[in-house]
Design a protein around this ligand. Structure first.
Ligand code: FAD
Ligand code: MLT
Ligand code: ZN
Length: 472
């Protein structure tokens, strides 16, 4: 039962109505744990406001009563940022009823959407006017624009288009005291002081509630070529991306690395996924080229780039997709890794980044250190290699107990984060800190940067009611 006063619950109900307030324990469950069941919490209530004004009113009421809020979008986050603590006193604020596409301005190449719009719906709305909204990630059928903004989401197209920070021109935010910041400007240039929207992007809901955004649109690609390439080692992937960048420039829109272990899991667990090659190889990359012209000569570019790389021994084998179905099948191998790994017991997820040139040495030395510490541990390394961003995930050794693996979690994380720090890298390149990496950030993030972050938090949220226990 909620620890909130009856008067507060009544006032909140008056704002959001029956459709916007959930108190029933069973109906609240989906808001209280993540899809992997890695995080679980309790809540006094779930609120689902349907407009910015309703968000502002409920935030004001909660601020007056000193009640903490946990913003939530599609709840696809991977570090527990959208899950309340276990006190039962926090309120989950779900933005999933705010699904309006407020404006499409093709002249300005922008789209204005509310925070609860599902990413895939946003991509479709852009396509309907012959444009591209380039953010693309495995959870795009469920994650929301608000969550994408709050985590500064990345994904598979960052190489060409950048992450959510770079795709955003304006924001509307409900501040921790309930005031609305109307920052929905569609300007590409604005030098009138601090760029405030960047404070809220990547803040994981700790500074305010994002209710809407003005986002950039791009010309839709009209041709696209995809290849699946086998490599002998990771160093070959780094050489190959350099070569393909030189050759293709901005037409290189995807370059994803995958280890054999990652592919093994996908082939084992994701129905319809098959290894494109008869032989086993240690590493693979998925390469995508795209262009706004129909006859852009992408076939020839891909063939010549891969042909030369093959001659030089960089590439061991390659297949170029010749139909839409083959393109989808190759991407399914990449996008299936998260789900596949989930079938192998508890996973330790990472999204570290290091300078691209350091990736081969990072993988070699960290693999050795992990296997020395826990023989048989399965290293599921893959990711957005052109961004220096690796999902250096771990699954337990075969036959190892789940509980024993969880007991090793802290030590395994330390091995990976120490190696990342030695490369001057980041412990989180795209998923954020949430509750999973909050303590680690205390250790690995620069003390002055942490102090500045706390100063900003104190200035905007002096009561500490916005997603407490996350990030800081
Ligand atoms: P949630 O999980 O609901 O919330 C995430 C964080 O944002 C929480 O801290 C929450 O409090 C806060 N938040 C949510 N909405 C708001 C709001 N309106 N205002 C303020 N704060 C808010 N991420 C990547 O970056 N790149 C990937 O390639 C990628 N691939 C993924 C693949 C799979 C299969 C899965 C399951 C996840 C993947 N993710 C990836 C992680 C996740 O999908 C992203 O972090 C996504 O942006 C989260 O969106 P969401 O709506 O689900 O947010
Ligand atoms: C991905 O790129 O597939 C995700 O960000 C990584 C993950 O699910 O661990
Ligand atoms: Zn990723």
């Amino acid at each position: 039962m909620s620890g909130l006063s009856a008067a507060l619950v009544q006032a909140l109900h008056a704002v959001v109505g029956d459709a916007g307030l959930i108190r029933d324990a069973e109906r609240m469950q989906t808001y209280l744990s993540d899809w992997r069941n890695a995080y679980r919490g309790c809540a006094a209530l779930v609120l689902r406001p349907a407009s910015t004004e309703e968000v502002a009113a409920v935030v004001r009421l909660c601020a007056e009563a000193g009640v903490a809020l946990v913003p939530q979008g599609g709840n696809t986050g991977l570090c527990g940022g959208s899950i309340p603590d276990d006190s039962g006193e926090q309120v989950v604020l779900s933005l999933t009823r705010m699904t309006a596409i407020r404006e499409v301005d093709t002249g300005n190449e922008t789209i204005t959407v509310e925070a609860g719009v599902i990413l895939q719906r946003l991509q479709e709305a852009a396509a309907e006017v012959g444009r591209l909204f380039p953010l693309s990630l495995g959870a795009e059928g469920s994650c929301t624009v608000g969550g994408n903004l709050a985590t500064n989401a990345g994904g598979t197209a960052v190489l060409r288009y950048g992450n959510m920070r770079e795709l955003t021109l304006g924001l509307e935010v409900v501040l921790p005291d309930g005031r609305i910041w109307h920052g929905l400007r569609g300007l590409r240039k604005d030098n009138t002081g601090y760029d405030l929207k960047q404070l809220f992007i990547g803040a994981e809901g700790t500074l305010g509630i994002i209710t809407a955004a003005v986002l950039k649109l791009y010309p839709a690609p009209r041709s696209c070529n995809t290849a699946w390439v086998a490599l002998a080692d990771v160093a070959a992937a780094i050489s190959l991306i350099g070569r393909m960048r030189q050759l293709c420039g901005d037409r290189l829109t995807g370059f994803e690395l995958m280890s054999r272990q990652s592919l093994d899991f996908v082939v084992r667990h994701v129905p319809g996924c098959n290894d494109p090659f008869a032989q086993v190889h240690p590493w693979y990359v998925l390469i995508e080229l795209s262009d706004t012209q129909v006859d852009a000569g992408l076939d020839a570019l891909l063939e010549s780039g891969l042909g030369e790389a093959f001659e030089e021994g960089l590439v061991v084998d390659a297949v170029i997709a010749s139909s839409e179905a083959q393109v989808a099948a190759l991407w399914a191998l990449r996008e299936g890794i998260s789900e596949a790994q989930n079938h192998e017991g508890p996973s330790l997820k990472h999204d570290i980044s290091v300078p691209v040139s350091c990736i081969p040495a990072f993988i070699e030395t960290t693999d050795q250190a992990l296997l020395a510490y826990l023989p048989g541990v399965r290293i599921v390394a893959y990711g957005h290699v052109g961004d220096g961003n690796l999902h250096y995930n771990l699954s337990k050794p075969p036959g190892y107990a789940d509980a024993d693996f969880k007991d090793q979690q802290a030590a395994l994380m330390q091995i990976i984060y120490d190696a990342t720090a030695r490369c001057a890298g980041s412990i989180s390149a795209e998923h954020g800190l949430g509750q999973a990496k909050r303590e680690a950030a205390e250790h690995y993030k620069d003390p002055l940067e942490r102090e500045l972050m706390r100063t900003i938090k104190q200035a905007l949220d002096p009561q500490g009611l916005m997603n407490p226990g996350k990030v800081l």
